[in-house]
Structure formats: structure tokens, C-alpha cells
Design a protein around this ligand. Sequence first.
Ligand code: IPE
Ligand code: IPE
Ligand code: MG
Length: 228
Amino acid sequence: MEFLSLPKHIGFIMDGNGRWAKAKGMPRISGHKAGVRQVDVVVDLCLKYRISYVSLFVFSTENWSRPQSEVENLFDLARVYLKKAQAFLKKDVRVVVSGDKTKLPDDLQRAIFDVQTKTANCKSLTLNLCINYGGRDEIVHAVNAAVASGVPVDEKSFKNYFYNPFLPELDLVVRTGGEVRLSNFMLFDAAYAELYFSDVMWPDFDKDEFEKMLFSYQNRVRKFGDIK
Ligand code: IPE
Ligand code: IPE
Ligand code: MG
């Protein structure tokens, strides 16, 4: 399929893994595993359509309130996923992580550092994984750093204090799983994003759903306060 206009930066709130598994009589972890497989599908589709930046909500600052076993399962999956540096290099995908890494287990912090270093020169797609990420946390963290610097900021320079300052603002925020909320995802960068909500659970968000999403985006009129 061809599209007239494509987003440069898409953010995905990958929701619905647990309900997907429950509907199949499987444990929640099976839903998360299927969710990771779907990440590969979506990354390949982003490459196919030459989307330059994709941000994925992997673990929120609020997700610590889940049972400890589920938190550990999610970190285990992240560990395995981040080890695939060779696959990222082959696809020319740069991996970066946004979020407060200091609260993550040491080996996960090392895996993050490792994949970020190895893929630093990849250019086709930047994959921003939001782990222990909160939109409010990112803003508060940036405010404190700006205050400490003693130099007043404007909307542009304020972003220099974000986890990955080079990421452009979001053009499109997508949430799967039927809930219609942002759940603290990239609040500053989503300020003028188009929003797309899908009832499909994340593990079922396939090529057809992805193209439906792009089709919806290309029909949006982005006015940014102007008259069009
Ligand atoms: C995945 O979906 C999101 C993560 C926090 C990894 P959920 O685990 O929230 O699935 P549901 O909403 O319970 O179905
Ligand atoms: C948002 O999903 C966080 C991630 C996708 C990582 P949640 O399932 O945690 O959000 P709520 O609890 O429904 O708001
Ligand atoms: Mg959920």
C-alpha cells in the first residue's frame, strides 16, 4: 500500500497482552511473550514504510504496582529482547531507552547500555524503548536539571534535558487494547500528536491493522492552530 503522508515518529502504547492471554485461557506471561513477537512485526513494518522513529511503551512508572512475579517476567523478556543486538545491526535499527534506568536491575541496565552502544550508528530506524518511563517523571526530571543549570529554558531547549533529546515530537500516538487514555506516555512530546485508538489487543496488531492506522493518519488535517 502507498500513503500520501506518513508520520515521522509514532508512539505505541502496547496494551492488551494480559486480556489477549486470558481470552485464550493462558497465563498473562504468554500474552507478554506474544506481545514481544508482535514488536518484531511492527518494527519490520516501520522499516518497510520508512518511519524514522518509533517509541514503544514497555514498562511504565506505574507498572511497579503489578505483582512482583509479573514485573520480573517483564524484565526477563526485556533482557532477552535487548540481547538481539546482531539482529538490530542487520536491520540498521538504533535502539535507545527512555526512562529512569537507576531503578532497574543491574544486569538490565548493562544490557541497555550494551545495545545502545552497539547500535549507536544505525540509521534506518530509531527504536525508543520506554522502560520505567513516565511522562510526568521525564518532565520533573528535566525541570530539576534545568533549575540546577541556572539557565532559563524555552520549549525547545527544555527538551535537551529529556531522556533522549534528539527524538522529534510525536506525530501519532497509537493505543491498542480498547482503553482510551494516555496512561502517562510521552506527555510533552504528544502535545500535538494525532491520536489513534484500536480495540485490537497488542498481540493481534498485525500488518492489516498497521496499514489501517497509517490510512487513518494520512486522512488527518494537522492544523497546529492555523486555519486549513
Ligand atoms: C501490556 O498489556 C502492557 C504492559 C504493561 C507490558 P497489559 O499487561 O496491560 O495487558 P492488559 O491491559 O492487562 O490486557
Ligand atoms: C500502559 O498500559 C503501560 C504500558 C503499555 C507499558 P497499562 O495497562 O499499564 O495502563 P493502565 O493501567 O490501563 O492505565
Ligand atoms: Mg493494560
